[in-house]
Design a protein around this ligand. Structure first.
Ligand code: C2E
Ligand code: CA
Ligand code: CA
Ligand code: CA
Length: 279
């Protein structure tokens, strides 16, 4: 048992160094990923639960790594946040998404808006409104057609700075959504003052629906809270028709998830909308 403990330790150290080495390698190749055109934007539809129609698209970044293949954002966004690449990456996604929304408009698409994620790092730096104004001016997109998603935890890291930045963004006319809602411990006193339009109920509370009693209670409470504050509520991570029925019955406004469509690249056929992929 003693020796296996040691081996276990050695193994652990080896794993750690592998992990650290991988991370250093990824960090340095990430610096060139943008210049080498290795990043991709996938789009996932956001649906109106009342009539089932898609009303918007969320832009989700991926890294098409020449050796490792498609890397999900959970593996490289944290690295980008540490090595300073998150600013250029989020700005690039914003430009791509606004340009794509203009193309959907030109094709006569019924989509009303595109949603873009903002890292807490950028958010806390506070110059985001200047970048957003610049991209809107360059692409010609109407601000009402852009929704920015900021996580609840990013807001709670510095609530006063968040309030000031969200107010400036709102003044530009863009829509604002609180992402991963339910995981970030907002106080209700803070929440009522935030100039936002929408709560995105975190998918961890949708997973157990409709049968899990606690998830059902949380979903019901968040929808009621959002509506009583005059906000729209979107449920993330919807995978089954039973979840759609349950959330629609609670009056949840919008839904997103594999049930409606997975994130996908825009293809030239299919009228320019992401490929219809079935869960
Ligand atoms: P998020 O903003 O909460 O995005 C939703 C995530 O849930 C996406 O993962 C999406 O593919 C996944 N998802 C959607 N529907 C379902 C479903 O029915 N079931 C399950 N199990 N998952 C579903 P993805 O694309 O891997 O992105 C992960 C996170 O990375 C995002 O979470 C967001 O926080 C971050 N991210 C993605 N793109 C960007 C970006 O351009 N900038 C920044 N700063 N962060 C990004
Ligand atoms: Ca999001
Ligand atoms: Ca989310
Ligand atoms: Ca439970």
């Amino acid at each position: 048992a003693k020796s296996s403990g040691r081996e276990g330790y050695a193994f652990y150290v080896q794993e750690l160094t592998d992990y650290a080495r991988q991370r250093v390698e990824l960090a340095s190749s990430l610096r060139h990923a943008l210049d080498n055109h290795e990043l991709r934007v996938f789009y996932q539809p956001l649906h109106d639960l009342e009539n089932g129609n898609p009303v918007g698209m969320e832009a989700l970044v991926r890294w098409q790594h020449p050796q490792r293949g498609l890397i999900p954002p959970a593996e490289f966004i944290p690295i980008a946040e540490d090595n300073g690449m998150i600013g250029p990456i989020d700005a690039w996604v914003l430009e791509q998404a606004c340009g794509q929304m203009m193309r959907w408009n030109a094709e006569g698409s019924a989509l009303r808006f595109v949603a873009v994620n903002v890292s807490s790092r950028l958010f806390s730096r506070g110059e985001l409104d200047l970048k957003v104004a610049q991209v809107l001016a360059e692409t010609g997109l109407s601000p009402q057609q852009l929704e920015l998603e900021v996580t609840e935890s990013a807001i709670m890291e510095d609530p006063d700075a968040a309030l000031s930045l969200l107010t400036r963004l709102r003044a530009l006319g863009v829509r604002l959504a609180i992402d991963d809602f339910g995981t970030g411990y907002s106080s209700l006193a803070r929440l009522k003052r935030l100039p936002v339009d929408k709560l995105k109920l975190d998918q961890s509370f949708v997973r157990g629906l409709p049968d899990d009693i606690e998830d059902a209670a949380i979903a019901r409470a968040v929808i009621a809270l959002g509506h009583s504050l005059g906000l729209y509520v979107l449920a993330e991570g919807i995978e089954s028709p039973a979840q759609v029925d349950f959330l629609r019955a609670l009056g949840c406004d919008y839904g997103q998830g594999y049930h409606f469509g997975r994130p996908a690249p825009v293809t030239a056929n299919h009228g320019g909308t992401p490929m219809a992929t079935v869960a």
